[in-house]
Structure formats: C-alpha cells, structure tokens
Design a protein around this ligand. Structure first.
Ligand SMILES: O=P(O)(O)OC[C@H]1O[C@H](OP(=O)(O)OP(=O)(O)O)[C@H](O)[C@@H]1O
Length: 630
C-alpha cells in the first residue's frame, strides 16, 4: 500500500427527524444543525487537527436541484474555515431576501447546507500529503439518487491489498490503492448491487419514476453492509450517507474504534466520543449509547433508526490508548480511568524516590497527563494518610513530631507549561521535532538545586521525542538532583494498525531499547531467528496467527527495558540522574476494565491482520526499509 493518510479521526453525524421548519420555529434560527455540528466537531479536535470536512444532504429535493453539499479544508483552522464559509453562504443567500430567513421551503430550494442529514469529519493524517482531496467526507456520485454515497470514517484496514484484489476481481479498475478509496468503492459496489436487486424485483410492476421511490423504500442496508464489510480486517467506525437520505454508521466487530449515539424525537446523532454529544445536546450520559461492535446504526429515509447486527462479534478489544491519551478527558468515565492510572503508579514512584517525599516535587507534562497527575496526587495523599495513622498508632513522643507528621503535604508544582493547545503526537512528522522543542516552557526557582528530585508524569512515551528533544533539557536547567519520568501508559512495544498512527518498529523507544539489550547481551541471534520466522510466514501466507516479534521482548524484565529507555532518551549534557517508570499492563486493565485492547503493549492483536502487520513491520525494520507495514 502506498504511504497514504491514516485515519485516527473524529466523526459526527446528525439526522434531523422533523421537518426543517420545525427547527427554525423552535430554535429561531435556520442554522440549528450547523451550530450543533460545529460544537460536536469542535469538541473532537483532539482527534484530528490536520483537516476537516462537512457534508449535507437534502431529502426530497426535485430533480434538477442540488441536494449534496460539501466543504473540506486543510487550512490552519479547518473548522473555522468551513463553518465561516457556511455562514457566509447563508449571509449571501439572504442578503436580498431577509424576509425568507425563516422560510424552510425557500431556504431549501435556494441555499446549500439546509438539508436534514449532516456528516462531519476531523482528519489526523500524520503520513502522506495533507491535501484537501484526502479529507473526508468522500463522495461517490451517480445520477441515481439512491446510488450516491458520502462517506467519512475513523478507520484503518490491515488487509487493503486483499480488499483491493477483490475489487479488481469484481471487474473494477480502482485508480488508487488506499483504504479510503478501497473501502468506499466496496461499499459503493454493494450499494449499486442492492439498487439493482430491488430494481429487478420491482421493474415491470412500477413505472421508472415511481420505481425510484420504491427502490429507496426497499433497499436493505443491513444486507448491503454485511456483503461489503465481511472481508474487512481492521478497526473502524464508518459513516455513510446515501443520496436519498438514509444513513448508517458501522463499527468493527471487536469494537476497536469508538462510536456513540443518542436519539430523541428531534435528532439522531453519532460521534466518536460521548463528550461531543454531551456538549452539543446536553443530554444525560446514560442516554448516550455505544454502537455495539459488529453492528450498524441504520437511519432510514424517514428518520427511523435501528441498531442492527452486521458481522459476527469478536471478543471486545476496544482501544485502551483512546482512554489513556486519544479521547477527550472530560468524559466522566475517561476522567476517572486516567486518575486511576496516575494513582496506580504510586508504589513504583515511591520506590524510585526512595520514599523521600520531603525532597521530591511532583509535576506533569501538559496537557493530557494533567488528569493522571491528579490521580497520582490522590494516591500520594492516601499513602500519607496511612503513614500518619501508622505513626499515631505507634505513638509519637513529641508534639513537634506530631505536628510535622500531620501537616506534611506532598510538594506539587506546575513546572511545565504548554504554550499551544495543539497535540504534538498527531502533528505531521516533518513539523513535529520543531514543534516539540518550542512548545513547552518551564518554571524556574521552585526546585531546590541539587537537592530535589522531580517526578514528572506523562500519559505516554512513544518515540521519546518529547522527552529527549525538549522536556528533559528544560527540566535539567532547574538543576534537580534527579528526574523521574512516570508514564501512565505501559511501554509501547508493538505497532498499531487500527487507526492510531504508530506503524514503524524503530520509532518506538521501547523497541530501540530492546535492540540495545539484545546486542549488549549477545542475543542478536534472536533477531535473525524472528526474522526468518516472520519472513517465511509472510511468504507462505501464514503470518496471521502468531506475533513472532514478542520473542524479542521475552528475555528482559520491564525494569530492564525501562532502564535502557532512560539511557536512550537521556540528552548528552543532562546533569541530573534519570529514571523512567512505566505503568504495568496489569494496572492498565485495572484502571480501564471496559477497554481491554492492549496490543501496543502486549502484542496481542484483536484481529488476525494485526499479527501480519507486526511481523511485516519487524521484517521492514530488519531489512532497513522505512516503508509502512500496512
Ligand atoms: O514519546 P513521543 O512520541 O514524543 O510522544 C508522546 C507525547 O505526545 C503526546 O503529547 P501531545 O502534545 O500530542 O498531547 P497533549 O498536549 O494532549 O498531552 C503525549 O502526551 C506525550 O507527551
């Protein structure tokens, strides 16, 4: 596959269930849906900041009038760009028709973006060019309304080659081999076939113009989706709008990628994150449902909706990295999970600082780690409460000692500030290093020079660039005796191939640490062994059942790998001692029990394609190839 865009993205869908006039009358604006969609998208900017797109479909528009509108943007502020263009369209259209601002019929006949079905997408494309053509929603157009397809998704397939081959075997001639096009063409193909099936069934019974309506009322989208998606291997939450107004959102059978929905008598809405729905519609969290893995939420032309099974469910392995880092931390479940992750690190941290709280300052790397930091402090408070109790039970002779024990508080400081809100992790590789080195700032004169240890928590250490290129040097200028970096995620050892763009083995600092350990301990032969196994398995189409790369990590303890990571990320002129402490996988599962997808840390992939990807990622790295493994 080409080095194409990846899609750890955000989706937002709104279906207005009442006539357009209803919203104009009730909310006193023709822009009700525009406003709601912009809030839903704004609240998911954490999922993609490289580009955005919005599509809208009007139902029941007479032939000859446009009924699909779309804007996409890769400007620096893509959402502002898109929504200001939509607002401008309204202003311009109403300039000489102010009296029509509340007239739904006139607006729908004369203005774009006045339809009932809305789809928004936020793009995170750390690979490939950042062109507007790569932005979703994508269109597959036809003169037959019910054959039109508009798609946007948060997905990545591991078997694009195989899917591409199937398209070719169907007789198609795709112009690209990227998963967006492949997936859309596959669904489009079966939508065409479904149209044809219903057409054949009713032709001769109805005349052609009526037949179009009959087709729209009889298309079986559940069947169409089953036929389209049964060969997919990947993580996905994909939204599709058909030209006649029916829409769907399908989620992968292991529930890898998130998708939530809410419905009442006015709207059906879908988003990648609960918080986006909460922010736009202020409904109770309990009313926001998760789309069942392997099912699709299908909304028909009339606005009736149903969640229908499409593919056999797999064991649920929803992505834990969503919980650690990717999703917005204001979702109450995620908030508590992140706090718990911070709290669970306390025993390891205390050991690392030799239980010396008097000479230790606790801080965090903004922004995402702030919540885990709060949990870490809660954990410290609990530890101190136990200590106080123990001291009192054991008896304290002097009042001054009692005073000291009771009044001691952990030393908490904000040592690092982040000057922009953008996420460096999802910034294109070419810009990332510069951004990382300039985005942080630090607080001086708080650390006691050569006395204090600084414990700083981050949500994850992936490539180690943030620490190596910025944070550690900055903290060292404060002259601490020791720096302890605590990661609320376990060591990231294996590539992701389901949408979070971590694809090359050598990018992972944990893997680089293992390479060094293998060399130092004369275990290099293991590399050759794993290479031979992987290469043979790939060549014989047997790379789907075993992750051979796990064997490389087996000779070493977590602590040995952490120590080597500390050596690797240590800037040359760092004066302070340095240690790195990682979450254990066991504690990750304690903190996020509902989200057991942990392949980055364990190498246990939720689909067979994952094993193939990791084996391929390793052989690429071994052969010195920089190409991606999927
Ligand atoms: O080890 P690395 O490959 O350097 O990546 C890890 C860093 O990237 C993320 O920060 P980001 O700026 O994306 O997001 P945040 O502001 O939400 O924490 C994360 O919080 C880590 O600090």
């Amino acid at each position: 596959m080409s080095d194409a865009i990846k899609h750890e993205c955000g989706i937002a869908l709104i279906r207005l269930r009442k006539p357009y006039q209803y919203y104009i009358d009730k909310y006193e604006t023709p822009l009700y849906a525009v406003h709601k969609l912009s809030v839903m998208m704004e609240k998911q900017i954490n999922r993609g900041q490289d580009g955005a797109g919005v599509a809208n479909i009007k139902i029941d528009v007479p032939p000859g009038k446009r009924y699909i509108s779309r804007y996409r943007s890769v400007e620096t502020q893509p959402l502002t760009d898109i929504f200001s263009k939509i607002h401008k369209k309204f202003r311009k259209g109403l300039k000489n028709h102010r009296d029509r601002a509340n007239d739904a019929k006139w607006l729908q006949e004369n203005l774009a973006f006045t339809g009932e079905v809305w789809l928004g997408h936020l793009r995170y494309g750390t690979h490939g060019s950042n062109e507007v053509e790569n932005c979703h929603p994508m269109l597959r157009q036809s003169n037959w309304r019910s054959r039109n397809l508009v798609m946007a998704g948060n997905f990545n397939m591991t078997n694009v080659d195989e899917l591409f081959g199937k398209l070719v075997s169907l007789g198609q001639h795709p112009k690209e081999k990227v998963d967006t096009v492949t997936v859309m063409e596959k669904i489009g193909h079966f939508l065409d076939e479904e149209n044809q099936r219903v057409f054949d069934r009713f032709k001769g019974i109805y005349e052609n113009p009526t037949l179009s309506d009959v087709i729209e009322d009889n298309l079986d989208l559940q069947r169409m989706l089953y036929r389209s998606c049964r060969d997919f291997d990947g993580g996905y939450a994909m939204c599709g709008l058909t030209g006649y107004g029916a829409s769907f959102v399908i989620r992968d059978p292991a529930g890898i990628r998130p998708a939530f929905y809410y419905a009442d008598d006015e709207v059906v809405v879908v988003a990648s994150e609960k918080q986006a729905i909460k922010a736009a519609f202020n409904v109770d969290y309990k009313q926001i449902q998760e789309i069942t893995p392997g099912s699709a939420l299908i909304i028909d032309k009339h606005g009736e909706y149903n969640e229908l099974p499409i593919l056999p469910k797999l064991e649920k392995r929803s992505c834990s990295f969503e919980r650690i880092y990717f999703s917005r931390g204001t979702d109450p479940d995620i908030y508590y999970e992140r706090k718990q992750l911070g709290k669970l690190l306390i025993p390891q941290i205390l050991k690392e600082i030799n239980y010396d709280l008097e000479n230790t300052i606790f801080s965090y790397i903004p922004n995402t780690a702030e919540t885990a930091f709060l949990g870490m402090i809660e954990g410290l408070e609990e530890y101190l409460a136990k200590k106080r109790k123990q001291a009192i039970m054991e008896g304290i002779l002097f009042e001054a000692d009692l005073e000291r024990v009771l009044s001691f508080r952990p030393r908490i400081e904000k040592l690092v500030t982040k000057d922009v809100k953008s996420r460096t992790f999802i910034t294109a590789d070419s810009l990332r290093d510069d951004m990382v080195s300039s985005v942080y700032d630090t607080t001086f004169e708080v650390v006691r020079k050569n006395v204090d240890t600084v414990v700083i928590i981050d949500d994850s250490i992936v490539r180690g660039t943030t620490l190596e290129k910025s944070i550690l040097t900055m903290l060292d200028r404060l002259k601490p005796k020791k720096i302890v970096v605590a990661s609320s995620a376990p060591q990231i050892r294996f590539p992701d191939c389901y949408g979070i763009d971590m694809s090359r083995m050598k990018d992972f600092v944990a893997y680089r640490a293992v390479l060094k350990l293998l060399e130092e301990r004369d275990l290099d032969h293991l590399l050759e062994d794993v290479y031979m196994r992987s290469v043979t398995a790939i060549a014989t189409q047997n790379a789907y059942d075993t992750n051979y790369v796990k064997a490389l990590y087996e000779p070493f303890t977590d602590e040995e790998i952490s120590a080597k990571i500390a050596e690797i990320i240590r800037p040359k002129d760092l004066d302070a001692e340095l240690a790195v402490v990682f979450q254990t996988v066991e504690n990750l599962h304690k903190a996020c029990p509902q989200h057991p997808g942990d392949w980055y840390f364990t190498g246990n992939y939720p689909t067979r394609g994952g094993n193939k990807v990791v084996n391929k990622a390793f052989t690429n790295s071994y052969e010195g190839k920089l190409e991606r493994a999927y």
